[in-house]
Design a protein around this ligand. Sequence first.
Ligand code: MN
Length: 499
Amino acid sequence: MINLKDLEVWFVTGSQHLYGEETLKQVAAHSQEIATSLNGATQVPVKIVFKPTVKTTEEIYSICLEANTAKNCIGIIAWMHTFSPAKMWISGLKILQKPLCHLHTQFNRDIPWADIDMDFMNLNQSAHGDREFGFMVSRMRLNRKVVVGHWQDPEVLEQINAWSRAAAGWHDWQGAKFVRFGDNMRYVAVTDGDKVEAEYKFGYAVNTHGIGDLVKVINETSDASIDKLISEYEDQYELLAGLRKGGAQNSSLREAAKIEIGMRTFLQDGNYKGFTDTFEDLHGMAQLPGIASQRLMAEGYGFAGEGDWKTAALVRAMKVMGSGLPGGNSFMEDYTYHFDPSNPLVLGSHMLEICPSIASGKPSCEVHPLGIGGKGDPVRLVFNSAAGPAINASLVDMGNRFRLIVNEVEAVEPVHALPKLPVARVLWKPYPDMKTGCAAWIYAGGAHHTGYSQNLRSEHMEDFAAFAGIEYVLIGKNTNLYQLKNELRWSEVYYQMNK
Ligand code: MN
């Protein structure tokens, strides 16, 4: 569903005519070599496309204009091999709509001590050429990522990896459509928000369909397609005895499969990248979509429960950003706590809908009563999740701006069996510690719903927030509540003034 190698990042080198043809030829050859090497690097998930050196105001303007309209171009990496007087960059940067990464590198890693002469100095000027460019980007108050180091340095490649993945997520949002089946869960605040502002800021549209529109499609599902999907369930999961053919709850499984097929058809027909539903609005449906939402998430659709369109869109972006990496991304909710002082933990889960992309081992397919919503018992996949570093991300509407909050966490193996808990779950420790991490999240207004990722770092999310020009709050190893509260207070003033 998501192939990052279809996407292009353009490698643009700045220079000027001052140095003569011979130097410009070498500049072009060097940038081509760097672009080719980045394109071939295993850490770089997208296509890196070499572009001819830009040497004038007009050439810079043209390349930026072209990047804006090129369908597969997700951003520009800029590098000034020589000096490129930055007034030439004003008109281009003014119109550039795609993410910008400033690679502050130089062609040679080392100074050639014995051979360095003025020809070498004339050619290898990025140490100061990139500063002139950097000044202009700062002078214009533009967001960009600055990556420093030799272009073969694995840390540099990893930063380009993170930035290009974030740019791919951002690109995916532009023009994306998300569907909301029913409205927001009644009276809930944080899952609601300004969909008009979101479309303006983020580029994706959220529109509602009454549940009847979906039910109509679900009801058109054929028995043969249900049989086919059930055999897929049998192959992929441990099916509870009662769910199997002839079992007492086999009809629940058939209903679940029917819902999944109908939802997939609806999403495909409408060209949607994600969806949200709510247990309060299931009129005409036999059960709350559990396994359907789980499996659609695993296919790459964004999802969040209870009308939470912001988290659904965020989960989709995270899935695009993490595409091809080991580990998964899921809708998540901080569900309940273990306040044991020697081993405090958060148990993350949802009523049903955790994505099996984060499962460790073969999920078990089960049916149990839900307790809310008043519908039939929903089928769901139950599993544990792997230990390791992870993040939780939440996008909230603060009224005058959006804020992206990220908490770095450490997922742990389940300490005990949970034989009576009929839902997928994850256990984690928030950084910097349980009390500070949870307090910081609450001060920042972070939602109970998040996008949970095993394969993204806070760096991806920070780059992503910068593309959107929204507030970014990191709760990580160095978070201190005194500083965090000040950051939130000071950002309030910043966002009031920066309009
Ligand atoms: Mn929820």
